[in-house]
Design a protein around this ligand. Structure first.
Ligand code: ZN
Length: 216
């Protein structure tokens, strides 16, 4: 099987798994992944992550031209902004996952670091997650907001909308997105109960030990 055929299958299988576990609903959510020739495979507009056809994924060449498949997601600007600003990005996942969206609208969420340090794993997979403002659907301003971070963050949370996460490859991006939603769920479950969080020293130790992006 060629690299492209394998990536097409992997995108559809991971998308189905995301959908089947209720991490995004209806026709929400989209995934893109980079091919080694610089091209991109992207989930089509209006498609459900639960029922993607590998042959109909939008295929862009390295010059950004749609060469085959259905038209891409209307949220393409989010994906492009990550690829343009983070050389290491090999895949981008965006969902409307419930607990992350809930966290995005609560007044005591820290806009520079939306996930309190509940476990080491969100810190290791996501770094600091930035809250970005609300944009109406399809507004290319979403992409500009990601670009304004100059590639310093691998994960953002759009207010009243949902998270966007980049990873070095498809698996890394999906696993980081799962960590985002699970941590948001833990935050919601423990909020108001005086949770004991990791200390600043414990967070610093993780950043040093694993060479994490954290200071920006
Ligand atoms: Zn969206």
């Amino acid at each position: 099987m060629s690299e492209e055929a394998r990536l097409r299958e992997n995108i559809c299988a991971m998308a189905r798994s995301i959908f089947d576990r209720g991490l995004t609903a209806g026709a929400s959510g989209n995934i893109s992944a980079r091919l080694s020739d610089g091209g991109l495979l992207v989930t089509p507009t209006g498609s459900s992550l639960g029922r993607l056809d590998p042959a109909r994924l939008s295929h862009f060449d390295a010059g950004g031209r749609l060469v085959s498949g259905d038209p891409p997601t209307k949220e393409m600007s989010l994906h492009q902004a990550f690829y343009e600003t983070r050389n290491e990005a090999g895949a981008v996942v965006h969902l409307h996952s419930t607990h992350s969206v809930a966290l995005s609208v609560l007044p005591d969420t820290d806009p520079d670091n939306v996930l309190p340090p509940i476990t080491p794993y969100s810190i290791m997979r996501l770094g600091k997650v930035k809250l970005l403002p609300y944009f109406s659907p399809g507004d290319p301003g979403m992409g500009d907001a990601v670009r304004s971070l100059a590639g310093k963050r691998s994960a953002v949370l759009l207010a009243n909308h949902g998270p966007v996460v980049a990873g070095k490859d498809l698996e890394a991006a999906v696993y980081a997105m799962e960590e985002m939603e699970e941590t948001a769920r833990l935050v919601m479950l423990t909020r108001g109960h005086g949770p004991v969080l990791l200390t600043e020293g414990q967070v610093r130790d993780l950043v040093r030990k694993f060479g994490l992006e954290w200071e920006n």
